[in-house]
Design a protein around this ligand. Sequence first.
Ligand SMILES: Cc1ncc(COP(=O)(O)O)c(C=O)c1O
Length: 349
Amino acid sequence: MKGEKESFKQESVINGRFYNRREFIRYLMTGSVMTLTSLAEANSAIYQSISSLDAQFLEGDSPDGTYWESIRRHFVFDDRLIMMNNGTVGPMPRPVFNTLTQWFRIQMTNPFDVYNFLPAKAEEIRQKLATFINASPEEVIITHNTTEGINFVANGLDLQPGDEVLMSQLEHPGALHPWRLRAKRSGVVIKEVKIPITPKKVEEIVDAFAVAITPKTRIISVGHTVYITGLITPIKELSTMAREKGILVLADSAHGLGMLDLDMKKLGADFFASSPYKWLGAPCGVGLLYIRKEVQDRLWPTIVTSGWDTYPDARRFGTHGQDADALVLALGEALDFQRIMARKGLSEG
Ligand SMILES: Cc1ncc(COP(=O)(O)O)c(C=O)c1O
């Protein structure tokens, strides 16, 4: 016992000073608190600066060009570049970058935080994300990206050989290939539904899927934000039609978070996958999967570790090993940034 204490003492020499266990933990906690205080101060200064830019703009003191140039400085984006692609990965607001780097510092310098502190914080963000899309926290997990979310659905449903999946001709590879894999493995059949490129009415899309449905159709897996044409697919109407026939709907909304006002209760899809680093300003490597409560018992988790079979809700689809919690914390800041910007937005002016 004595030897054990001695060796702990030996391991806890910081800047030439010995720390006992209690002092050592206090040292670590204080480190985190100091880092978080300086983070809050840095970010608050940015939000204040954006506020005064908005005020100047609304009073007409600042012409458009100057305003947007100043706003741009609050994004960490190379000055020599002009951003023309919000697909794949979009630019990151500086408060999100600050949050990301500070939380990485906390995670890497205080690794013991992964036991309680970081998971508790990450859980707050999961709940915040659910609120952002008007879903219950029981229906939301944080994934790594849209592709992962779609794989979770394609892998996790009990499907028989010959069961049909309807997809349009405009699907992204990240949505198509999880189903192609499932087709190879389990004999599921992917049926392509041709939808009009420039539809004039919602019915043109809903009807195209409706006529393709057979007694073997189990799910419609469709792009919500179609990456080739810019179409916003009428998921609400599609879901209403599909539910009447007992068919599931998976919406690939890779671009939806931060680009569209999202309300899961109104949208009605059974599954909804998104990547908040395209339009919301979150870091690459965090994603959203929404799983409607009523269909959760029809899905198996794909990745599991301890606890998965104890959760009564979507959290059973979200257990995994250690992860970069800083990404999740930065997602939380991206949600705040979006809400703050929307509140101060010019549309209110
Ligand atoms: C419509 C659509 N679906 C899925 C994806 C895949 O997204 P991720 O690579 O973030 O998983 C993309 C990527 O841009 C996309 O545009």
